[in-house]
Design a protein around this ligand. Structure first.
Ligand code: MSP
Length: 530
């Protein structure tokens, strides 16, 4: 079985996740599920970035020991991911022993290869990015990515990583493997940045005590980005499980936000080249979710709380909304009226009603048992053929769009099939057929039930709870661990299957209400209402 190892960025722990972080998790989760569905041995890793200055400062503000604070936050963050039904296989916390072992072993290896030396560094530092910012990037003395956040002048003696040595090898690698950085706009940015000249960067801090000690020099801790990037190899056993490492590394895909693509497409591959470890195959820099055109962020305070939305509606409406509404490679908006509209129209009317009316008709006309199709007229009947052919085209479109992380396009294709099935009901008017042609009625209802079996599998990567509920009501198994060519082929549904006698609506209509209660404005950083 082919493996597929994919990761998200690991989130900082100084605040709760917002809808922007949720987009990254949900998109990566949808792809992980799609790969499992189509037969891959998937390993999906995420985690928490706990050795940052932000975390330490926040713990001090709260009067808590840093380790206690990051433990609490790591738990809270994982509980939000569980609410969103994120199916990660592994979770790396960067304060964990096994990650410390990875960092120190890796640091030693890079040092042994001659790429670490001692030098002095000074410059403007943004503690939200945990990165130095060039003077010309600053906006009124603030970080360009964190408006209102003053940068600080740091002057230190540090260990440096010889990034400059990797300028040419990186350019050659990107040229030979254009898929290494996607989408193209991010690739162009990275290539221009590399061509403008790479400078060595400092990989330790002497002013901090919170972090992973530099091996052999406990007066310094390893720079948080050097440490954080290594989570991707910690998670598959770099330091403690050679068999797992051989199986899953290199990563097939790192999913990260556009603001941190540079770390993943420049620092990270250079670090790996230096250590003689294979490079990841692909880095995808997704867009940002904005709210009223403004970037959503913890420091701006304009943040919608994904856990609260999931508490009220379950995970699927938010999962569907974000992946349908925000093209993954571009930016998008979180807008409450559109959320309500997508819920009622796409989920409630198109999908929910199709299931409901089909199950009701099977109950009403065939005593709850899926009838046998009588396909005498199938060669000539355009309606059947176009429905069946569209199911195959949907399978092909999903393969293309999921692999390209075009989740919105994948959903458009699936909903075209849902729409075709709804039209099939109108075209065939089963309520009339019941009086005129019972054989034909049986074929039509079989086709609708089989379409719904397929749709349950098609939507599973994005709205897994709904898929389960659909399969349960249809009384079919949800087959989501491979065997895809058979599972996705038309005609697998056995006639005679006894569907539920009491169909339950999947998405009861919601009324457009104010989104105010989901705004993070009324929640403090520990998630308490204020
Ligand atoms: N800790 C670093 C990542 C280290 S990875 C080795 C970090 N953390 S973060 O908490 O600031 O962001 C986590 C992820 O969420 C990043 O990929 C970031 O780009 C993404 N997003 C943060 N805000 C976002 C939006 N408003 N919209 C979409 N994604 C957003 O960076």
């Amino acid at each position: 079985m082919d493996k597929f190892y994919l990761t998200t960025a690991i989130i900082y722990v100084n605040a709760l996740p917002h809808v922007g972080h949720a987009l990254e998790m949900i998109g990566t989760d949808a792809l992980a599920r799609y790969k499992r569905l189509t037969g891959y041995d998937v390993y999906f890793l995420t985690g928490t970035d706990e050795n940052s200055l932000n975390a330490e400062r926040r713990s001090r503000e709260l009067g808590l020991p840093p380790q206690q604070y990051v433990n609490q936050m790591a738990d809270t963050i994982q509980s939000v991911w569980r609410k969103l039904n994120i199916s990660n296989d592994g979770f790396v916390r960067t304060t964990a022993e096994r990650h410390v072992a990875t960092c120190q072993a890796f640091f030693e290896r890079v040092r042994a290869n001659g790429d670490i030396y001692k030098g002095t560094y000074e410059g403007w530092y943004c503690t939200s990015c945990e990165a130095f910012r060039a003077e010309e990037e600053l906006v009124d003395g603030c970080c360009p990515y964190h408006p209102g956040k003053k940068v600080e002048w740091l002057h230190e003696e540090n260990y440096f990583f010889r990034l400059s040595r990797y300028q040419e090898p990186l350019l050659r690698h990107i040229e030979a493997h254009p898929e290494f950085i996607e989408p193209e706009i991010r690739r162009n940015e990275i290539v221009n940045f590399i061509k403008s000249g790479l400078q060595d960067f400092s990989v330790s801090r002497s002013s901090m005590r919170w972090g992973i000690p530099v091996p052999g020099d406990p007066s310094q801790v390893i720079y948080v980005w050097f440490d954080a990037l290594l989570n991707y190899i910690t998670g598959v056993g770099y330091a403690d499980d050679p068999a797992m490492f051989a199986r899953y590394w290199p990563a097939d895909l790192h999913v990260v936000g556009k603001d941190i693509t540079r770390f993943h497409a420049i620092y990270w591959p250079a670090m790996l080249m230096s250590a003689g470890v294979a490079l990841p195959k692909r880095v995808f820099g997704h867009g940002f979710v904005y709210q009223k055109g403004e970037r959503m962020s913890k420091s701006l305070g304009n943040v919608v709380e994904p856990g609260a939305i999931a508490d009220e509606f379950g995970p699927d409406p938010l999962r569907y909304y974000l992946l349908r509404e925000v093209p993954f490679d571009r930016d998008g908006d979180f807008a409450w009226p559109t959320f309500v509209q997508r819920y009622n129209a796409d989920l409630g009317n198109d999908l929910g009603n199709l299931l409901n009316r089909t199950l009701s008709m099977i109950n009403r006309y065939f005593g709850g048992q899926v009838p046998e199709p009588q396909r005498a007229d199938w060669e000539t009947n355009f309606g059947d053929r176009s429905l069946i052919e569209l199911s195959g085209q949907t399978v092909a479109a999903m393969e293309q769009h999921f692999n390209a992380l075009d989740f919105d396009e994948a959903l458009v294709a699936i909903w075209q099939f849902v729409g075709r099935a709804n039209k099939y009901v109108e075209e065939n008017a089963p309520w009339t057929l019941n009086k005129t042609d019972r054989a034909r009625l049986g074929t039509v209802l079989y086709d609708l039930a089989e379409s719904l079996r397929l749709i349950a599998h098609f939507v599973w990567p994005v709205i897994p709870t709904t898929a389960e509920r659909m399969a349960e009501q249809l009384a079919v198994p949800l087959e989501v661990r491979g065997n895809w060519p058979e599972v996705s082929a038309w005609g697998r549904l056995a006639p005679g299957t006894r569907v539920t006698p009491q169909p339950v609506p999947l998405f009861p209509r919601i009324v457009p209400a104010s989104a105010d209660k989901y705004w993070r404005g009324d929640i403090d950083e520990e998630g308490k209402r204020v």
